[in-house]
Design a protein around this ligand. Structure first.
Ligand code: 5GP
Length: 192
C-alpha cells in the first residue's frame, strides 16, 4: 500500500498502559495532521464508549462478512475469548491520500501484520512502567471481570516481551509527559 502522502503510526502496548488517553491527548495537542483509525470490534461497548467513536461495534456476522470481503488491513482475535478487532483498510487509504498521519492503536500481533504491508510505518510502544503498575491500572478501571483482568495481564506479559520490535518505546508514568514525548518523536520525523 502506498503511503507517500501521509504516514502510518502504530501505537501498541499492553491494555492498561494508558494508550487511549495518550492518543486522545496527542490528537488534541500535537501540531501534525493526525487522524485516528477507528477499528472494528466484536466486543461489547463499555459504558463510556460510543459506536463509531471508540470503535465500530459489529456483530460477529458483520465482522466475518467484512473479513471475507477483504476490507481489513489486518484483523486479530485478541485475548483468546472470541473478540475480534480489525483495522479497516479504507480508513487508512482515505487518510493517507489526504496527507494525514493515521494512528493505529492496535495489538502487537496486528502491528506485525501492518509492518509487513507498510514497512515505513512509525512504530511506538507504550510501556506502563511496571507490571505492578499495569495491574493497579486495570483494577482501578473497574470495567473488567477478574477473569478478564488476568487474561489481559497474561497478554501484557507476552506483549512486553515484543517491545524491542518497535522503533520507539515510551514509558507512561505521567500521561502529559509521555504524550509530549510521542509528539516530539513524531515531529522529529516530519521531514523523513
Ligand atoms: P480494548 O478491548 O481494551 O479496547 O482493546 C484491547 C486490545 O485490542 C488493545 O491492545 C488494542 O490495542 C487492541 N486493538 C484495538 N483495535 C485493534 C485492531 O484494529 N487490530 C488489532 N490487531 N488490535 C486492536
Amino acid at each position: 500500500m502506498a503511503s507517500k502522502h501521509g504516514k502510518v503510526i502504530i501505537i501498541s502496548g499492553p491494555s492498561g498502559a494508558g494508550k487511549s488517553t495518550l492518543v486522545r491527548r496527542l490528537l488534541k495537542n500535537c501540531p501534525l495532521p493526525l487522524q485516528l483509525s477507528i477499528s472494528a470490534t466484536t466486543r461489547s461497548p463499555r459504558a463510556d464508549e460510543q459506536n463509531g467513536v471508540s470503535y465500530h461495534f459489529l456483530s460477529p456476522e458483520e465482522f466475518t462478512s467484512k473479513r471475507d470481503a477483504g476490507e481489513f488491513l489486518e484483523c486479530k482475535e485478541v485475548f483468546g475469548q472470541g473478540h475480534w478487532y480489525g483495522t479497516l483498510e479504507k480508513n487508512i487509504t482515505h487518510g493517507l491520500e489526504s496527507g494525514k498521519w493515521v494512528i493505529l492503536e492496535i495489538d502487537v500481533a496486528g502491528a506485525m501484520s501492518v509492518i509487513d504491508r507498510i514497512p515505513d510505518a512509525i512504530t511506538i510502544f507504550i510501556h506502563p512502567g511496571s507490571m505492578e503498575e499495569l495491574e493497579r491500572r486495570l483494577r482501578n478501571r473497574k470495567t473488567d471481570s477478574e477473569d478478564a483482568i488476568l487474561r489481559r495481564l497474561n497478554v501484557a506479559t507476552e506483549e512486553m516481551s515484543k517491545r524491542h520490535r518497535y522503533a520507539h518505546q515510551v514509558v507512561n508514568n505521567d500521561v502529559a509527559v509521555a504524550t509530549d514525548e510521542v509528539s516530539q518523536i513524531l515531529q522529529s520525523l516530519e521531514n523523513e
